[in-house]
Design a binder for this molecule. Structure first.
Ligand code: FES
Length: 193
């Protein structure tokens, strides 16, 4: 008897809840999508910068400018690289290169060296065992002494040397790995300042 009464009350309550639900609803309305509005408000609150920022915080800001600058930078670097190639005596074609007489004093020989060949390379082509390390003008392993008198750059063009100061150049020192002849000269190899 009690069980039947319990079941009946339970069923009644369940039906009442279902009926209420369909009669009134939950009154919950799904909100509109405000994400775009929020993004726009954030964009307005962040000032535009005059410079490109990586991952610029403001919407639409910086992306184009950053691209434009990156493009400009790339063009600048390209122009610089081209200028460097143009400046590089090694880029002079063999059939256009001027030839100079270079006396290698210690080796007891005078050879012809083209203006597109370093003093080190020219010596190596003679099978002389000349010292070197970086071959980029960044050490002094290949240093030599031009004995004609005066600044060594009256006789050679140093391409990208960063080790010899003005005083050492004035004394006639050279880095043979990056030294391209621009005049006849006499060279003592294995001479460091
Ligand atoms: S080998 Fe290093 S400067 Fe010439």
């Amino acid at each position: 008897m009690v069980e039947t009464l319990g079941i009946a009350v339970g069923a009644f309550l369940t039906l009442a809840v279902v009926a209420l639900h369909f009669a009134r609803g939950t009154e919950y309305a799904t909100p509109d999508d405000i994400s775009q509005e929020v993004l726009e408000r954030r964009a307005e609150s962040v000032p535009e910068t005059d410079f490109p920022e990586p991952m610029n915080r403001s919407i639409g800001g910086g992306g184009v400018a950053a691209g434009a600058v990156a493009e400009g930078e790339a063009e600048g670097e390209l122009a610089e690289a081209e200028a460097e190639v143009d400046d590089d005596p090694a880029a002079i074609p063999d059939d256009e290169a001027e030839v100079f007489e270079v006396e290698y004093v210690k080796e007891g020989s005078t050879i012809e060296v083209k203006e597109n060949t370093t003093l080190l390379e020219a010596g190596e082509e003679q099978d002389w065992d000349l010292p070197y390390a970086c071959r980029e003008g960044q050490c002094v392993s290949c240093a030599g002494h031009i004995t004609n008198g005066g600044n060594s750059e009256d006789y050679v063009e140093h391409h990208t040397q960063s080790m010899l100061g003005e005083a050492e150049l004035d004394d006639g020192y050279t880095l043979t790995c990056v030294a391209y002849p621009v005049a006849d000269l006499s060279l003592e190899t294995r001479e460091t300042p």
